[in-house]
Design a protein around this ligand. Structure first.
Ligand code: PLP
Length: 365
């Protein structure tokens, strides 16, 4: 009676901190530093409030058609969610029996593990794409983040295609960051003979609309139909449908924003490497990097926070020696680098002073 046993035990997902102050440099949740398309402003300012008396289109017809057209497929293969997080939650209910397992890369988006716990099923993490997920036969849903988070690494689509071909269950390729990468898996999802690949995207990152809560996915019609069966009736509100459509149709602005982020990412990776950081080559709008020897990621995280610069630290054996830093504007990244220089200059000074002190000590007998 009361709260289900497995929910009582559940720790719950902890999202990245959302500081209230607008004066901080926020590089902790992979948001976009640039504003959404000006076409969104036009939609919002002309939105007829009278339209809010009615429920929104439960099938997001116009938005789904635009997404289908852009990807050379049909609307019946498109599903739209209240953020891609909602699609993930629905998928955990739709594609997994009680005695089956949800798989993902490890490390990866930590929400997957929580979704399995909410669903009271097992979760299995695969260290990298060469450790074959097929070794876990009860896995019925594999969530393949590509590029991965928090590492930023890209798996080649042909690797995912080969895996999906052999895998009996459903593969969701979570492409939250794919717009910043050199390749993606959309053609696997739209292929007429595809039976088990769903590719998922979001408006939260490359479209600068994290606050709007819209994500979508494309896949085989029977899988998409199943998602429709379980979704809340009006899961995507009317304003969100209209604004997301405006952003989606403004391809030129989208490309320009993505190009700016990618350019800053390349420069920032070089700047960190020059300062002795170990940087994993990123294909996303963040980098996952290890501070120079002697500096603990957790301490650098706290130091940056004291300077009102928020980055993300994930404790644990696979992630705890690095920081995930979202790519902001050039100015924000320069401020971050200056703060790091202050921190490490300080450390260098302390090291030199303590070396001198050590040298001055008389030799031991
Ligand atoms: C890999 C991955 N998938 C999905 C999401 C959720 O995106 P949305 O804002 O569309 O719910 C995130 C958010 O950070 C993410 O990192």
């Amino acid at each position: 009676m009361g709260i289900a046993r497995h929910i009582k035990k559940l720790a719950g997902y902890v999202p990245g901190e959302q500081p209230r102050s607008k004066n901080v440099i926020k590089l902790n949740t992979n948001e976009n530093p640039y504003p959404p398309s000006p076409k969104c402003t036009a939609v919002l300012s002309s939105f007829d409030l009278d339209d809010l008396r009615r429920y929104p289109d439960p099938n997001f017809t116009v938005l789904a058609k635009a997404i289908a057209d852009e990807n050379g497929t049909t609307s019946d293969r498109v599903f739209v969610g209240n953020g891609s997080d909602e699609i993930l939650a629905l998928a955990a209910r739709v594609f997994v029996e009680n005695d089956e397992t949800i798989g993902s890369l490890d490390p990866s988006y930590s929400l997957y593990k929580t979704l399995a716990a909410i669903r009271d099923v097992k979760w299995v993490g695969i260290r990298n794409s060469s450790t074959h997920p097929l070794t876990h036969p009860s896995t019925s849903l594999f969530l393949w983040t590509n590029p991965n988070a928090p590492t930023g690494e890209l798996t080649e689509p042909k690797t995912i295609a080969a895996f999906a071909k052999k895998f009996k269950g459903v593969v969701i390729v979570d492409e939250a960051y794919a717009d910043f990468a050199r390749s993606n898996c959309m053609s696997l999802a739209t292929a007429p003979r595809n039976r088990n690949v769903i590719v998922m995207r979001t408006f939260s990152k490359s479209y600068s609309l994290a606050g709007l809560r819209v994500g979508y996915c494309i896949g085989p019609k029977d899988l998409i139909d199943a998602l429709y069966k379980v979704k809340p009736s009006y899961n995507v509100d009317a304003v969100a449908q209209a604004v997301a459509l405006a952003a989606f149709k403004d391809g030129a602005y989208h490309r320009k924003t993505v190009a700016k982020v990618v350019k800053t990412r390349t420069a920032f990776e070089k700047a960190l490497a020059k300062r002795g950081w170990d940087v994993i080559k990123s294909e996303a709008n963040f980098v996952f990097a290890k501070p120079p020897a002697g500096a603990a990621a957790k301490d650098v995280f706290s130091y940056l926070k004291s300077r009102e610069i928020y980055v993300r630290y994930f404790p644990g054996p696979l992630t705890g020696d690095r920081l995930r830093i979202t790519i902001g504007t050039d100015g924000q990244m320069d401020t971050l680098l200056e703060a790091l220089d202050d921190r490490f200059r300080g450390e260098e000074k302390t090291r030199k002073t303590s070396k001198k002190k050590t040298r001055k000590q008389p030799p031991r007998k």
